[in-house]
Design a protein around this ligand. Structure first.
Ligand SMILES: [Zn+2]
Ligand SMILES: [Zn+2]
Length: 648
Protein backbone atom coordinates (compact mmCIF):
# COMPACT_ATOMS: atom_id res chain seq x y z
CA UNK A 1 0.00 0.00 0.00
CA UNK A 2 1.04 3.65 -0.45
CA UNK A 3 0.07 6.72 1.54
CA UNK A 4 -1.51 9.55 -0.45
CA UNK A 5 -1.62 12.99 1.17
CA UNK A 6 -4.37 15.23 -0.19
CA UNK A 7 -4.29 19.06 -0.17
CA UNK A 8 -6.49 19.24 2.95
CA UNK A 9 -3.80 17.28 4.80
CA UNK A 10 -5.76 14.04 5.00
CA UNK A 11 -3.82 10.84 4.32
CA UNK A 12 -5.35 7.77 2.69
CA UNK A 13 -3.98 4.33 1.86
CA UNK A 14 -4.18 2.96 -1.69
CA UNK A 15 -2.81 -0.14 -3.40
CA UNK A 16 0.60 0.51 -4.89
CA UNK A 17 0.27 1.52 -8.55
CA UNK A 18 -3.10 3.23 -8.14
CA UNK A 19 -3.59 6.09 -10.60
CA UNK A 20 -4.78 9.60 -9.79
CA UNK A 21 -8.00 8.69 -11.59
CA UNK A 22 -8.52 5.68 -9.28
CA UNK A 23 -7.99 7.92 -6.30
CA UNK A 24 -10.41 10.55 -7.66
CA UNK A 25 -12.99 7.80 -8.20
CA UNK A 26 -12.59 6.60 -4.61
CA UNK A 27 -13.41 10.12 -3.43
CA UNK A 28 -16.41 10.76 -5.68
CA UNK A 29 -17.63 9.90 -9.13
CA UNK A 30 -18.30 13.57 -9.86
CA UNK A 31 -14.69 14.43 -9.13
CA UNK A 32 -13.44 11.58 -11.30
CA UNK A 33 -15.56 12.88 -14.17
CA UNK A 34 -13.99 16.31 -13.91
CA UNK A 35 -10.39 15.59 -13.15
CA UNK A 36 -8.14 16.76 -16.00
CA UNK A 37 -4.67 16.07 -14.64
CA UNK A 38 -2.93 15.48 -11.34
CA UNK A 39 -0.13 17.13 -9.45
CA UNK A 40 1.93 14.39 -7.86
CA UNK A 41 4.65 15.69 -5.55
CA UNK A 42 4.53 19.02 -7.35
CA UNK A 43 4.73 17.50 -10.85
CA UNK A 44 1.73 17.74 -13.17
CA UNK A 45 1.05 14.42 -14.90
CA UNK A 46 -1.57 12.33 -16.70
CA UNK A 47 -4.32 10.96 -14.46
CA UNK A 48 -3.81 7.36 -15.59
CA UNK A 49 -0.15 7.05 -14.60
CA UNK A 50 0.40 4.62 -11.72
CA UNK A 51 1.73 6.09 -8.48
CA UNK A 52 4.41 3.89 -6.97
CA UNK A 53 5.39 5.58 -3.73
CA UNK A 54 3.93 7.61 -0.86
CA UNK A 55 2.97 10.92 -2.50
CA UNK A 56 1.31 14.28 -2.17
CA UNK A 57 -1.55 14.48 -4.61
CA UNK A 58 -3.62 17.35 -5.93
CA UNK A 59 -6.37 16.46 -8.40
CA UNK A 60 -6.62 19.18 -11.02
CA UNK A 61 -9.88 20.34 -12.56
CA UNK A 62 -10.87 23.24 -14.80
CA UNK A 63 -10.82 25.45 -11.71
CA UNK A 64 -7.05 24.99 -11.24
CA UNK A 65 -4.58 26.97 -13.33
CA UNK A 66 -2.59 23.80 -14.06
CA UNK A 67 -5.78 21.97 -14.97
CA UNK A 68 -6.74 24.70 -17.43
CA UNK A 69 -3.34 24.81 -19.01
CA UNK A 70 -3.33 21.00 -19.46
CA UNK A 71 -6.76 21.33 -21.04
CA UNK A 72 -5.54 24.02 -23.43
CA UNK A 73 -2.33 22.26 -24.31
CA UNK A 74 -4.34 19.11 -25.08
CA UNK A 75 -6.62 21.27 -27.21
CA UNK A 76 -3.58 22.30 -29.25
CA UNK A 77 -3.15 18.58 -30.09
CA UNK A 78 -6.81 18.41 -31.02
CA UNK A 79 -6.45 21.44 -33.28
CA UNK A 80 -3.37 19.85 -34.85
CA UNK A 81 -5.38 16.70 -35.51
CA UNK A 82 -8.11 18.78 -37.15
CA UNK A 83 -5.52 20.62 -39.25
CA UNK A 84 -3.88 17.39 -40.34
CA UNK A 85 -7.25 16.00 -41.37
CA UNK A 86 -8.15 19.13 -43.34
CA UNK A 87 -4.66 19.91 -44.70
CA UNK A 88 -2.71 16.63 -44.91
CA UNK A 89 0.53 18.39 -45.93
CA UNK A 90 0.82 20.52 -42.77
CA UNK A 91 3.91 20.09 -40.58
CA UNK A 92 4.00 20.91 -36.90
CA UNK A 93 6.44 22.82 -34.70
CA UNK A 94 5.17 23.46 -31.14
CA UNK A 95 1.76 24.03 -29.52
CA UNK A 96 1.95 25.48 -26.00
CA UNK A 97 -0.90 26.65 -23.74
CA UNK A 98 -1.31 30.38 -23.07
CA UNK A 99 -2.94 32.36 -20.30
CA UNK A 100 -6.14 32.20 -22.32
CA UNK A 101 -6.10 29.38 -24.82
CA UNK A 102 -3.24 27.99 -26.89
CA UNK A 103 -1.54 28.17 -30.24
CA UNK A 104 0.21 25.84 -32.64
CA UNK A 105 3.00 26.93 -34.98
CA UNK A 106 2.63 25.09 -38.26
CA UNK A 107 4.24 25.01 -41.67
CA UNK A 108 1.22 24.99 -43.97
CA UNK A 109 3.38 23.73 -46.82
CA UNK A 110 1.90 26.10 -49.37
CA UNK A 111 -1.69 26.07 -48.09
CA UNK A 112 -3.22 29.33 -46.89
CA UNK A 113 -5.15 29.32 -43.67
CA UNK A 114 -7.18 32.47 -43.10
CA UNK A 115 -10.08 33.59 -40.93
CA UNK A 116 -12.45 32.13 -43.52
CA UNK A 117 -11.19 28.68 -42.58
CA UNK A 118 -11.70 29.08 -38.84
CA UNK A 119 -15.23 27.72 -38.80
CA UNK A 120 -14.20 24.62 -40.72
CA UNK A 121 -11.35 23.97 -38.26
CA UNK A 122 -13.59 24.52 -35.24
CA UNK A 123 -16.19 22.11 -36.59
CA UNK A 124 -13.56 19.47 -37.30
CA UNK A 125 -12.16 19.89 -33.79
CA UNK A 126 -15.57 19.34 -32.22
CA UNK A 127 -16.28 16.39 -34.46
CA UNK A 128 -13.01 14.77 -33.34
CA UNK A 129 -13.64 15.78 -29.72
CA UNK A 130 -16.97 13.94 -29.78
CA UNK A 131 -15.09 10.72 -30.59
CA UNK A 132 -13.75 10.90 -27.00
CA UNK A 133 -10.35 9.65 -28.13
CA UNK A 134 -7.94 8.92 -25.29
CA UNK A 135 -4.63 10.77 -25.15
CA UNK A 136 -2.34 7.73 -25.10
CA UNK A 137 1.18 8.11 -23.78
CA UNK A 138 3.77 6.06 -25.69
CA UNK A 139 7.40 6.00 -24.49
CA UNK A 140 9.67 5.85 -27.57
CA UNK A 141 13.27 4.98 -28.26
CA UNK A 142 15.02 7.89 -29.96
CA UNK A 143 15.83 5.91 -33.11
CA UNK A 144 12.20 4.85 -33.44
CA UNK A 145 11.03 8.42 -32.91
CA UNK A 146 13.41 9.73 -35.57
CA UNK A 147 12.27 7.01 -37.97
CA UNK A 148 8.62 7.97 -37.42
CA UNK A 149 9.11 11.64 -38.24
CA UNK A 150 11.51 10.91 -41.11
CA UNK A 151 8.81 8.82 -42.69
CA UNK A 152 6.30 11.57 -42.03
CA UNK A 153 8.72 14.13 -43.47
CA UNK A 154 8.36 16.56 -40.56
CA UNK A 155 11.71 18.34 -40.20
CA UNK A 156 10.40 20.44 -37.33
CA UNK A 157 9.76 17.49 -35.04
CA UNK A 158 13.13 16.05 -36.10
CA UNK A 159 14.70 19.31 -35.00
CA UNK A 160 12.95 19.01 -31.62
CA UNK A 161 14.07 15.40 -31.31
CA UNK A 162 17.72 16.28 -31.92
CA UNK A 163 17.73 18.10 -28.58
CA UNK A 164 16.17 15.24 -26.58
CA UNK A 165 17.91 12.38 -24.78
CA UNK A 166 17.09 8.78 -25.53
CA UNK A 167 14.97 7.36 -22.73
CA UNK A 168 13.13 10.63 -22.11
CA UNK A 169 11.08 10.65 -25.30
CA UNK A 170 7.34 10.12 -25.38
CA UNK A 171 4.74 10.27 -28.11
CA UNK A 172 1.11 11.02 -27.46
CA UNK A 173 -1.57 9.71 -29.72
CA UNK A 174 -5.23 10.66 -29.89
CA UNK A 175 -7.41 9.33 -32.70
CA UNK A 176 -5.23 9.30 -35.81
CA UNK A 177 -2.84 12.00 -34.69
CA UNK A 178 0.54 11.34 -33.13
CA UNK A 179 2.70 14.06 -31.66
CA UNK A 180 6.07 14.24 -30.00
CA UNK A 181 5.30 15.59 -26.54
CA UNK A 182 6.33 15.16 -22.95
CA UNK A 183 2.75 15.76 -21.79
CA UNK A 184 0.75 15.81 -19.63
CA UNK A 185 -2.69 15.78 -21.27
CA UNK A 186 -6.31 15.44 -20.27
CA UNK A 187 -7.73 11.89 -20.30
CA UNK A 188 -9.59 12.17 -23.63
CA UNK A 189 -10.82 14.67 -26.22
CA UNK A 190 -14.40 14.35 -25.00
CA UNK A 191 -13.75 16.95 -22.29
CA UNK A 192 -13.52 19.63 -25.00
CA UNK A 193 -17.06 20.84 -25.69
CA UNK A 194 -16.49 24.27 -27.26
CA UNK A 195 -13.75 25.50 -29.58
CA UNK A 196 -12.96 28.80 -31.21
CA UNK A 197 -10.08 29.69 -33.50
CA UNK A 198 -9.18 33.23 -32.51
CA UNK A 199 -6.59 34.44 -34.98
CA UNK A 200 -3.73 33.56 -37.25
CA UNK A 201 -0.35 35.28 -37.48
CA UNK A 202 3.11 34.79 -38.89
CA UNK A 203 5.82 33.56 -36.52
CA UNK A 204 9.43 32.82 -37.40
CA UNK A 205 10.62 29.29 -36.69
CA UNK A 206 12.32 29.50 -33.27
CA UNK A 207 11.60 33.25 -33.21
CA UNK A 208 14.59 33.90 -35.50
CA UNK A 209 13.90 36.16 -38.45
CA UNK A 210 16.53 34.37 -40.54
CA UNK A 211 14.36 31.25 -40.36
CA UNK A 212 11.26 30.34 -42.26
CA UNK A 213 8.03 32.12 -41.37
CA UNK A 214 5.54 29.66 -39.91
CA UNK A 215 1.82 30.16 -39.31
CA UNK A 216 0.74 30.58 -35.72
CA UNK A 217 -2.87 29.62 -35.15
CA UNK A 218 -4.44 30.76 -31.89
CA UNK A 219 -7.42 29.00 -30.40
CA UNK A 220 -9.37 28.68 -27.19
CA UNK A 221 -11.54 25.85 -25.93
CA UNK A 222 -13.87 25.24 -23.02
CA UNK A 223 -15.54 22.34 -21.24
CA UNK A 224 -18.93 24.05 -21.76
CA UNK A 225 -20.40 26.07 -24.62
CA UNK A 226 -21.68 28.66 -22.13
CA UNK A 227 -18.14 29.32 -20.93
CA UNK A 228 -17.03 30.10 -24.45
CA UNK A 229 -19.91 32.53 -24.87
CA UNK A 230 -19.08 34.26 -21.58
CA UNK A 231 -15.45 34.48 -22.59
CA UNK A 232 -16.29 36.11 -25.92
CA UNK A 233 -18.57 38.64 -24.23
CA UNK A 234 -15.78 39.45 -21.82
CA UNK A 235 -13.35 39.96 -24.69
CA UNK A 236 -15.76 42.37 -26.36
CA UNK A 237 -16.05 44.35 -23.14
CA UNK A 238 -12.28 44.34 -22.68
CA UNK A 239 -11.89 45.63 -26.23
CA UNK A 240 -14.35 48.42 -25.49
CA UNK A 241 -12.30 49.35 -22.43
CA UNK A 242 -8.89 49.00 -24.05
CA UNK A 243 -6.85 51.91 -22.74
CA UNK A 244 -5.17 52.40 -26.12
CA UNK A 245 -8.54 53.00 -27.74
CA UNK A 246 -10.07 55.05 -24.91
CA UNK A 247 -6.84 57.03 -24.43
CA UNK A 248 -7.14 58.20 -28.00
CA UNK A 249 -10.88 58.88 -27.84
CA UNK A 250 -10.59 60.81 -24.59
CA UNK A 251 -7.56 62.79 -25.83
CA UNK A 252 -5.30 61.61 -23.04
CA UNK A 253 -2.12 60.45 -24.76
CA UNK A 254 -0.65 59.55 -28.10
CA UNK A 255 2.41 57.90 -29.63
CA UNK A 256 4.55 59.07 -32.52
CA UNK A 257 6.74 56.79 -34.60
CA UNK A 258 9.00 59.78 -35.10
CA UNK A 259 9.49 60.35 -31.38
CA UNK A 260 10.02 56.63 -31.00
CA UNK A 261 8.20 53.44 -30.15
CA UNK A 262 7.11 52.98 -26.57
CA UNK A 263 7.52 56.65 -25.66
CA UNK A 264 4.10 58.08 -24.74
CA UNK A 265 3.24 61.72 -25.39
CA UNK A 266 0.81 63.08 -22.83
CA UNK A 267 -1.86 65.41 -24.20
CA UNK A 268 -3.23 68.26 -22.05
CA UNK A 269 -6.11 66.21 -20.62
CA UNK A 270 -3.91 63.23 -19.87
CA UNK A 271 -1.25 65.45 -18.35
CA UNK A 272 -3.90 66.97 -16.12
CA UNK A 273 -5.11 63.57 -14.98
CA UNK A 274 -1.57 62.53 -14.26
CA UNK A 275 -0.79 65.71 -12.37
CA UNK A 276 -3.85 65.21 -10.18
CA UNK A 277 -2.76 61.71 -9.29
CA UNK A 278 0.72 62.96 -8.49
CA UNK A 279 -0.59 65.76 -6.31
CA UNK A 280 -2.91 63.38 -4.51
CA UNK A 281 -0.02 61.07 -3.62
CA UNK A 282 2.34 63.95 -2.89
CA UNK A 283 -0.09 65.31 -0.33
CA UNK A 284 -0.39 61.97 1.45
CA UNK A 285 3.38 61.53 1.32
CA UNK A 286 4.00 64.86 3.02
CA UNK A 287 1.79 63.67 5.87
CA UNK A 288 3.65 60.37 5.97
CA UNK A 289 6.95 62.18 6.39
CA UNK A 290 8.41 61.91 2.88
CA UNK A 291 10.60 64.57 1.34
CA UNK A 292 10.69 65.23 -2.39
CA UNK A 293 13.97 65.13 -4.30
CA UNK A 294 14.78 65.62 -7.97
CA UNK A 295 17.50 63.74 -9.84
CA UNK A 296 18.69 63.75 -13.47
CA UNK A 297 17.56 61.41 -16.24
CA UNK A 298 21.02 59.99 -16.79
CA UNK A 299 23.74 58.66 -14.52
CA UNK A 300 27.30 57.54 -15.09
CA UNK A 301 27.82 53.92 -16.03
CA UNK A 302 29.99 53.63 -12.91
CA UNK A 303 26.93 54.38 -10.78
CA UNK A 304 25.19 51.34 -12.24
CA UNK A 305 28.25 49.17 -11.94
CA UNK A 306 28.22 50.01 -8.24
CA UNK A 307 24.51 49.29 -7.92
CA UNK A 308 24.79 46.02 -9.85
CA UNK A 309 22.22 47.02 -12.48
CA UNK A 310 24.90 46.98 -15.15
CA UNK A 311 25.87 43.42 -14.31
CA UNK A 312 22.29 42.11 -14.06
CA UNK A 313 20.50 44.14 -16.75
CA UNK A 314 23.22 46.00 -18.68
CA UNK A 315 22.98 43.90 -21.80
CA UNK A 316 19.23 44.38 -22.07
CA UNK A 317 19.28 48.14 -21.41
CA UNK A 318 19.71 51.16 -23.64
CA UNK A 319 23.44 51.23 -24.27
CA UNK A 320 25.65 53.97 -22.82
CA UNK A 321 25.71 57.52 -24.16
CA UNK A 322 29.29 58.76 -24.52
CA UNK A 323 30.40 62.36 -24.02
CA UNK A 324 32.13 63.66 -27.19
CA UNK A 325 35.26 65.05 -25.50
CA UNK A 326 36.10 62.90 -22.49
CA UNK A 327 34.52 59.70 -23.66
CA UNK A 328 32.68 59.29 -20.36
CA UNK A 329 29.82 56.82 -20.39
CA UNK A 330 26.32 57.53 -19.12
CA UNK A 331 23.21 55.40 -18.95
CA UNK A 332 19.66 56.55 -19.35
CA UNK A 333 18.43 56.04 -15.82
CA UNK A 334 16.78 52.60 -15.57
CA UNK A 335 16.08 53.06 -11.83
CA UNK A 336 16.10 55.93 -9.37
CA UNK A 337 17.57 54.03 -6.41
CA UNK A 338 21.29 54.63 -7.11
CA UNK A 339 20.75 58.39 -7.37
CA UNK A 340 18.89 58.33 -4.06
CA UNK A 341 21.70 56.33 -2.45
CA UNK A 342 24.08 59.09 -3.46
CA UNK A 343 21.77 61.67 -1.88
CA UNK A 344 21.96 59.67 1.34
CA UNK A 345 25.75 59.68 1.04
CA UNK A 346 25.92 63.42 0.38
CA UNK A 347 26.80 64.04 4.02
CA UNK A 348 27.29 62.12 7.25
CA UNK A 349 24.00 60.80 8.61
CA UNK A 350 22.89 60.29 12.16
CA UNK A 351 20.35 57.80 13.52
CA UNK A 352 18.29 60.86 14.46
CA UNK A 353 17.52 61.46 10.77
CA UNK A 354 16.16 57.96 10.24
CA UNK A 355 13.87 56.89 8.78
CA UNK A 356 14.84 59.17 5.90
CA UNK A 357 12.15 58.98 3.25
CA UNK A 358 13.14 60.35 -0.16
CA UNK A 359 10.44 60.54 -2.82
CA UNK A 360 10.61 61.40 -6.49
CA UNK A 361 8.32 61.08 -9.48
CA UNK A 362 11.33 59.76 -11.33
CA UNK A 363 11.28 59.05 -15.05
CA UNK A 364 13.23 55.96 -16.05
CA UNK A 365 14.06 54.33 -19.38
CA UNK A 366 14.23 50.64 -20.07
CA UNK A 367 14.78 48.85 -23.29
CA UNK A 368 11.85 46.64 -24.25
CA UNK A 369 11.82 44.78 -27.54
CA UNK A 370 9.44 46.47 -29.94
CA UNK A 371 7.26 43.35 -30.08
CA UNK A 372 6.79 43.56 -26.30
CA UNK A 373 5.55 47.15 -26.29
CA UNK A 374 1.88 47.58 -25.44
CA UNK A 375 0.09 50.92 -25.02
CA UNK A 376 0.98 52.44 -21.67
CA UNK A 377 1.51 49.13 -19.92
CA UNK A 378 4.79 48.21 -21.66
CA UNK A 379 6.78 51.29 -22.58
CA UNK A 380 10.40 52.35 -22.88
CA UNK A 381 10.13 55.51 -20.80
CA UNK A 382 7.93 55.85 -17.74
CA UNK A 383 7.61 57.69 -14.46
CA UNK A 384 7.69 55.81 -11.21
CA UNK A 385 6.04 57.21 -8.11
CA UNK A 386 9.21 56.17 -6.44
CA UNK A 387 10.54 56.57 -2.92
CA UNK A 388 13.34 55.07 -0.90
CA UNK A 389 13.20 54.80 2.82
CA UNK A 390 16.52 54.53 4.61
CA UNK A 391 16.04 53.16 8.10
CA UNK A 392 17.59 51.12 10.88
CA UNK A 393 17.13 47.37 11.10
CA UNK A 394 14.66 47.84 13.94
CA UNK A 395 12.53 50.24 11.92
CA UNK A 396 12.07 48.01 8.86
CA UNK A 397 8.89 46.26 9.88
CA UNK A 398 7.19 49.38 11.14
CA UNK A 399 8.12 51.35 8.03
CA UNK A 400 6.94 48.49 5.87
CA UNK A 401 3.57 48.59 7.59
CA UNK A 402 3.32 52.34 7.09
CA UNK A 403 3.93 51.87 3.39
CA UNK A 404 1.18 49.23 3.31
CA UNK A 405 -1.16 51.82 4.86
CA UNK A 406 -0.27 54.30 2.15
CA UNK A 407 -0.80 51.77 -0.62
CA UNK A 408 -4.18 50.77 0.80
CA UNK A 409 -5.16 54.43 1.08
CA UNK A 410 -4.36 54.91 -2.61
CA UNK A 411 -6.40 51.84 -3.60
CA UNK A 412 -9.35 52.88 -1.48
CA UNK A 413 -9.39 56.42 -2.83
CA UNK A 414 -9.45 55.08 -6.38
CA UNK A 415 -12.08 52.45 -5.76
CA UNK A 416 -9.87 49.39 -6.17
CA UNK A 417 -11.56 47.09 -3.73
CA UNK A 418 -10.77 43.58 -4.87
CA UNK A 419 -7.06 43.20 -4.38
CA UNK A 420 -4.58 40.67 -3.10
CA UNK A 421 -0.91 40.78 -2.29
CA UNK A 422 1.90 38.57 -3.44
CA UNK A 423 5.03 37.98 -1.40
CA UNK A 424 7.73 37.61 -4.05
CA UNK A 425 10.55 35.46 -2.72
CA UNK A 426 13.99 34.47 -3.90
CA UNK A 427 14.37 31.14 -5.66
CA UNK A 428 16.67 29.24 -3.27
CA UNK A 429 17.56 26.84 -6.13
CA UNK A 430 18.95 29.66 -8.25
CA UNK A 431 20.86 31.93 -5.87
CA UNK A 432 23.21 33.34 -8.50
CA UNK A 433 20.32 35.45 -9.80
CA UNK A 434 20.46 37.46 -6.58
CA UNK A 435 22.91 39.47 -4.50
CA UNK A 436 23.35 39.07 -0.79
CA UNK A 437 23.68 36.60 2.04
CA UNK A 438 21.09 34.02 3.04
CA UNK A 439 20.72 35.59 6.44
CA UNK A 440 19.74 39.01 5.05
CA UNK A 441 17.27 37.40 2.67
CA UNK A 442 15.64 35.38 5.43
CA UNK A 443 15.38 38.44 7.60
CA UNK A 444 13.82 40.55 4.85
CA UNK A 445 11.41 37.82 3.74
CA UNK A 446 10.21 37.31 7.28
CA UNK A 447 9.80 41.03 7.90
CA UNK A 448 7.52 41.23 4.84
CA UNK A 449 5.50 38.20 5.91
CA UNK A 450 4.97 39.62 9.39
CA UNK A 451 4.07 43.11 8.20
CA UNK A 452 1.54 41.74 5.68
CA UNK A 453 0.00 39.41 8.25
CA UNK A 454 -0.20 42.24 10.78
CA UNK A 455 -2.09 44.39 8.25
CA UNK A 456 -4.49 41.51 7.57
CA UNK A 457 -3.57 41.22 3.90
CA UNK A 458 -4.52 38.12 1.94
CA UNK A 459 -1.20 37.00 0.53
CA UNK A 460 0.15 34.33 -1.76
CA UNK A 461 3.85 33.50 -1.94
CA UNK A 462 5.70 33.23 -5.24
CA UNK A 463 9.16 31.73 -5.32
CA UNK A 464 11.59 33.25 -7.82
CA UNK A 465 9.73 36.55 -8.26
CA UNK A 466 11.95 38.67 -6.00
CA UNK A 467 14.08 41.59 -7.25
CA UNK A 468 17.79 40.80 -7.49
CA UNK A 469 18.46 42.85 -4.38
CA UNK A 470 15.58 41.74 -2.17
CA UNK A 471 12.10 40.26 -1.68
CA UNK A 472 8.95 42.22 -2.52
CA UNK A 473 5.32 42.63 -1.67
CA UNK A 474 3.40 43.16 -4.91
CA UNK A 475 -0.21 44.26 -5.00
CA UNK A 476 -2.68 42.89 -7.53
CA UNK A 477 -6.15 44.21 -8.20
CA UNK A 478 -8.99 42.45 -9.95
CA UNK A 479 -11.20 44.52 -12.21
CA UNK A 480 -14.89 44.21 -13.06
CA UNK A 481 -14.01 41.75 -15.83
CA UNK A 482 -12.09 39.50 -13.45
CA UNK A 483 -8.74 40.47 -14.93
CA UNK A 484 -5.78 40.72 -12.59
CA UNK A 485 -3.45 43.72 -12.70
CA UNK A 486 -0.23 44.24 -10.88
CA UNK A 487 -0.04 47.64 -9.24
CA UNK A 488 2.17 48.88 -6.46
CA UNK A 489 5.19 47.23 -4.96
CA UNK A 490 7.17 47.43 -1.72
CA UNK A 491 10.66 45.95 -1.49
CA UNK A 492 13.15 45.44 1.31
CA UNK A 493 16.80 45.77 0.35
CA UNK A 494 19.95 45.01 2.34
CA UNK A 495 22.17 44.95 -0.76
CA UNK A 496 22.26 48.45 -2.21
CA UNK A 497 23.19 50.05 1.14
CA UNK A 498 26.11 47.67 1.22
CA UNK A 499 27.16 48.21 -2.40
CA UNK A 500 27.00 51.99 -1.90
CA UNK A 501 28.65 51.68 1.54
CA UNK A 502 25.88 53.70 3.16
CA UNK A 503 26.39 54.47 6.83
CA UNK A 504 24.88 56.36 9.69
CA UNK A 505 26.17 57.04 13.17
CA UNK A 506 24.08 55.24 15.76
CA UNK A 507 23.19 56.28 19.30
CA UNK A 508 26.21 54.23 20.35
CA UNK A 509 28.41 56.54 18.28
CA UNK A 510 29.32 53.61 16.04
CA UNK A 511 28.84 53.38 12.31
CA UNK A 512 25.93 51.24 11.11
CA UNK A 513 24.48 50.26 7.78
CA UNK A 514 20.92 51.37 7.02
CA UNK A 515 18.30 49.18 5.33
CA UNK A 516 16.52 50.47 2.25
CA UNK A 517 12.85 50.09 1.38
CA UNK A 518 11.87 50.74 -2.24
CA UNK A 519 8.22 51.46 -2.84
CA UNK A 520 5.84 52.71 -5.52
CA UNK A 521 2.12 52.59 -4.70
CA UNK A 522 1.03 53.27 -8.30
CA UNK A 523 3.95 51.35 -9.77
CA UNK A 524 4.32 53.75 -12.66
CA UNK A 525 2.10 56.63 -13.72
CA UNK A 526 1.76 55.17 -17.22
CA UNK A 527 0.77 51.71 -16.15
CA UNK A 528 -1.46 52.94 -13.38
CA UNK A 529 -3.39 55.25 -15.69
CA UNK A 530 -3.74 52.44 -18.24
CA UNK A 531 -5.27 50.26 -15.53
CA UNK A 532 -7.44 53.11 -14.28
CA UNK A 533 -8.79 53.64 -17.80
CA UNK A 534 -9.57 49.95 -18.26
CA UNK A 535 -11.09 49.40 -14.83
CA UNK A 536 -13.30 52.51 -15.01
CA UNK A 537 -13.94 52.27 -18.78
CA UNK A 538 -12.85 55.92 -18.84
CA UNK A 539 -15.43 57.02 -16.26
CA UNK A 540 -12.93 58.46 -13.81
CA UNK A 541 -13.89 59.44 -10.29
CA UNK A 542 -15.08 63.04 -10.29
CA UNK A 543 -12.02 64.38 -8.51
CA UNK A 544 -9.73 62.96 -11.21
CA UNK A 545 -11.80 63.58 -14.29
CA UNK A 546 -9.88 65.93 -16.63
CA UNK A 547 -13.12 67.85 -17.21
CA UNK A 548 -15.68 67.74 -14.43
CA UNK A 549 -18.34 69.87 -16.11
CA UNK A 550 -19.46 70.82 -19.58
CA UNK A 551 -21.67 73.89 -19.83
CA UNK A 552 -24.06 73.52 -22.72
CA UNK A 553 -25.89 76.69 -23.86
CA UNK A 554 -29.12 75.87 -25.69
CA UNK A 555 -28.38 78.59 -28.25
CA UNK A 556 -25.86 81.33 -28.79
CA UNK A 557 -28.18 83.79 -27.04
CA UNK A 558 -27.09 82.24 -23.74
CA UNK A 559 -23.36 82.24 -24.41
CA UNK A 560 -22.71 85.16 -22.10
CA UNK A 561 -24.56 83.56 -19.26
CA UNK A 562 -22.72 80.29 -19.89
CA UNK A 563 -19.38 82.10 -19.73
CA UNK A 564 -20.39 83.81 -16.53
CA UNK A 565 -21.28 80.45 -14.93
CA UNK A 566 -18.02 78.99 -16.16
CA UNK A 567 -15.93 81.75 -14.57
CA UNK A 568 -17.77 81.45 -11.26
CA UNK A 569 -17.14 77.69 -11.19
CA UNK A 570 -13.52 78.13 -12.21
CA UNK A 571 -13.07 80.39 -9.19
CA UNK A 572 -14.22 77.44 -7.10
CA UNK A 573 -11.72 75.04 -8.75
CA UNK A 574 -14.40 73.20 -10.66
CA UNK A 575 -12.99 72.56 -14.10
CA UNK A 576 -14.42 72.00 -17.55
CA UNK A 577 -15.49 73.96 -20.61
CA UNK A 578 -18.33 75.71 -22.39
CA UNK A 579 -19.51 74.02 -25.57
CA UNK A 580 -19.59 77.02 -27.89
CA UNK A 581 -20.30 75.08 -31.05
CA UNK A 582 -23.26 76.00 -33.16
CA UNK A 583 -24.92 72.62 -32.60
CA UNK A 584 -28.32 71.45 -31.39
CA UNK A 585 -28.46 70.85 -27.64
CA UNK A 586 -29.17 67.13 -28.23
CA UNK A 587 -25.92 66.83 -30.12
CA UNK A 588 -23.97 68.68 -27.42
CA UNK A 589 -25.35 66.33 -24.75
CA UNK A 590 -24.50 63.26 -26.80
CA UNK A 591 -20.95 64.45 -27.40
CA UNK A 592 -20.45 65.22 -23.73
CA UNK A 593 -21.66 61.70 -22.96
CA UNK A 594 -19.24 60.16 -25.45
CA UNK A 595 -16.45 62.17 -23.83
CA UNK A 596 -17.54 60.70 -20.47
CA UNK A 597 -18.21 64.10 -18.96
CA UNK A 598 -19.44 63.53 -15.39
CA UNK A 599 -21.61 66.65 -15.09
CA UNK A 600 -23.49 68.60 -17.76
CA UNK A 601 -24.95 72.01 -17.05
CA UNK A 602 -27.60 73.02 -19.55
CA UNK A 603 -28.41 76.72 -19.73
CA UNK A 604 -31.28 78.33 -21.65
CA UNK A 605 -33.70 81.16 -21.19
CA UNK A 606 -35.23 79.98 -17.93
CA UNK A 607 -31.86 79.24 -16.34
CA UNK A 608 -30.39 82.60 -17.42
CA UNK A 609 -33.38 84.48 -16.02
CA UNK A 610 -33.36 82.68 -12.69
CA UNK A 611 -29.59 82.45 -12.30
CA UNK A 612 -29.72 78.66 -12.37
CA UNK A 613 -28.33 75.64 -14.23
CA UNK A 614 -30.05 72.38 -15.25
CA UNK A 615 -27.82 69.55 -14.10
CA UNK A 616 -27.37 66.14 -15.72
CA UNK A 617 -25.07 63.58 -14.16
CA UNK A 618 -23.56 60.77 -16.19
CA UNK A 619 -25.11 57.48 -15.18
CA UNK A 620 -27.79 59.22 -13.09
CA UNK A 621 -29.60 61.43 -15.58
CA UNK A 622 -31.45 64.63 -14.80
CA UNK A 623 -30.83 66.14 -11.34
CA UNK A 624 -33.13 69.13 -11.89
CA UNK A 625 -32.24 72.80 -11.76
CA UNK A 626 -30.01 74.34 -9.11
CA UNK A 627 -28.81 77.82 -8.31
CA UNK A 628 -25.09 78.32 -8.93
CA UNK A 629 -24.46 78.21 -5.17
CA UNK A 630 -26.44 75.00 -4.83
CA UNK A 631 -24.51 73.46 -7.67
CA UNK A 632 -21.15 74.46 -6.19
CA UNK A 633 -22.12 72.92 -2.86
CA UNK A 634 -23.31 69.74 -4.61
CA UNK A 635 -20.22 69.44 -6.82
CA UNK A 636 -17.81 69.96 -3.96
CA UNK A 637 -19.43 67.31 -1.83
CA UNK A 638 -19.36 64.91 -4.75
CA UNK A 639 -15.76 65.71 -5.67
CA UNK A 640 -14.34 65.31 -2.22
CA UNK A 641 -16.45 62.49 -0.86
CA UNK A 642 -14.23 59.88 -2.50
CA UNK A 643 -10.91 61.20 -1.34
CA UNK A 644 -10.61 60.70 2.36
CA UNK A 645 -7.71 62.44 4.03
CA UNK A 646 -4.69 60.29 4.61
CA UNK A 647 -4.18 59.69 8.30
CA UNK A 648 -0.79 58.74 9.63
ZN1 LIG B 1 1.29 17.62 -25.69
ZN1 LIG C 1 14.39 51.61 -5.89
Amino acid sequence: MIKITLPDGSVRDYPIGSSSFDIALSISEGLARNVLAAKVNGQVQDTNLPIATDSKLQLLTWNDADGKSTFWHSSAHLMAEALETLYPKVKFWVGPPLENGFYYDVDTNGETISSEDFKKIEEKMLELARQKNDFVRIPMAKTEAIKFFEEKGDEYKLDLLSGLDDGSITFYKQGNFTDLCRGPHIPNTGFIKAAKIMSVAGAYFKGDQNNKMLTRIYGVTFPKQKELEDYLTLLEEAKRRDHRKLGQELDLFTFSEKVGKGLPLWLPKGAMLRERLENFLRKAQVKAGYQQVVTPHIGSKQLYITSGHWEKYGKDSFQPITTPEEGEEFLLKPMNCPHHCEIFRARPRSYRELPLRLAEFGTVYRYEQSGELHGLTRVRGFTQDDAHIFCTDDQVEDEFKKVIDLVLYVFKSLGFEDFSAQVSLRDPENKTKYFGLDEAWDKAENAIRRAAADKGLKTVEEVGEAAFYGPKLDFMVKDALGRKWQLGTIQVDYQLPQRFELEYVGSDNQKHRPVMIHRAPFGSMERFIAILIETTAGNFPLWLSPDQIAILPISEKFEDYANEVFLTLQEEDIRGYVDHRDEKIGRKIRDAEVNKLPLMLIVGEKEAEEGKVSVRRKGEGDLGSMTIEEFIAYAKTEIYKNIPQFKV
